[in-house]
Design a protein around this ligand. Structure first.
Ligand code: ADP
Length: 191
């Protein structure tokens, strides 16, 4: 069975991501979770090393999964690590349009690499890292969205930023980062 790459920003990891990683790890011999590390056009709450550490802890029960960070085109990184498949999660129709375009472009760039999309479980269909951060920043209950160590990291991070629950983080304090998956200059938008 081939090696699969699961790329994303994972800022931070939540149960929707963990579910996709768990299911993909059962489908492939090895799953490499690749955390995108380029501060262009997308604001991130957590530095790369912390996003990697939070993800490592979240998937430490999955023996065939490793977590790394990367830069540049996702298909180039996939080739570099010998991955034959790129795994993505699918939530909504909007996700589909974006993922379809991404898959077509990746096919042009690296026809030997296939993209496999796993449909989210219904309980996570609403969940994104942005929603998680927004609820956490406003002091809401995030216990059904992300594991305890990530909940704690969010509390700590918002406290560091001087944004206790109930106040939003000033946008200027978040670093910039682009959406992963393709990493071409024209794919800077989110979904
Ligand atoms: P988010 O969309 O939560 O900010 P990323 O952009 O880092 O996360 O997403 C990385 C991958 O995980 C993408 O393929 C995305 O579609 C998938 N994903 C994100 N949230 C979910 C979810 N709730 N269910 C299934 N897949 C998801």
């Amino acid at each position: 069975m081939p090696i699969a790459l699961y790329p994303g920003t994972f800022d931070p990891v939540h149960y929707g991501h963990i579910d996709i990683a768990t299911r993909a790890s059962a489908l492939f011999d090895r799953l490499i979770i690749a955390i995108y590390d380029s501060p262009v056009n997308k604001r991130v709450l957590f530095p790369t090393e912390e996003r990697v550490a939070l993800m490592e802890k979240a998937v430490c029960h999955l023996p065939n999964v490793e977590v790394v960070s990367y830069n540049g085109l996702t298909v180039h990184f996939a080739r570099q690590v010998g991955a034959h498949v790129i795994v993505r999660g699918l939530r909504t129709l909007a996700d589909f349009e974006f993922e379809f375009q991404l898959a077509m472009t990746n096919q042009k760039l690296a026809p030997e690499i296939d993209m496999v999309t796993l449909v989210t479980r219904s309980e996570y269909a609403y969940l994104s890292a942005s929603i998680l951060k927004e609820v956490a920043g406003l002091g809401g209950d995030i216990s059904e969205m992300t594991p305890p160590h990530v909940q704690e990291a969010l509390r700590r991070r918002f406290a560091e930023l001087g944004s206790p629950p109930g106040r939003q983080v000033p946008k200027a304090r978040l670093r910039d980062q682009r959406k992963p998956g393709l990493e071409l200059p024209h794919t800077s938008g989110g979904r």
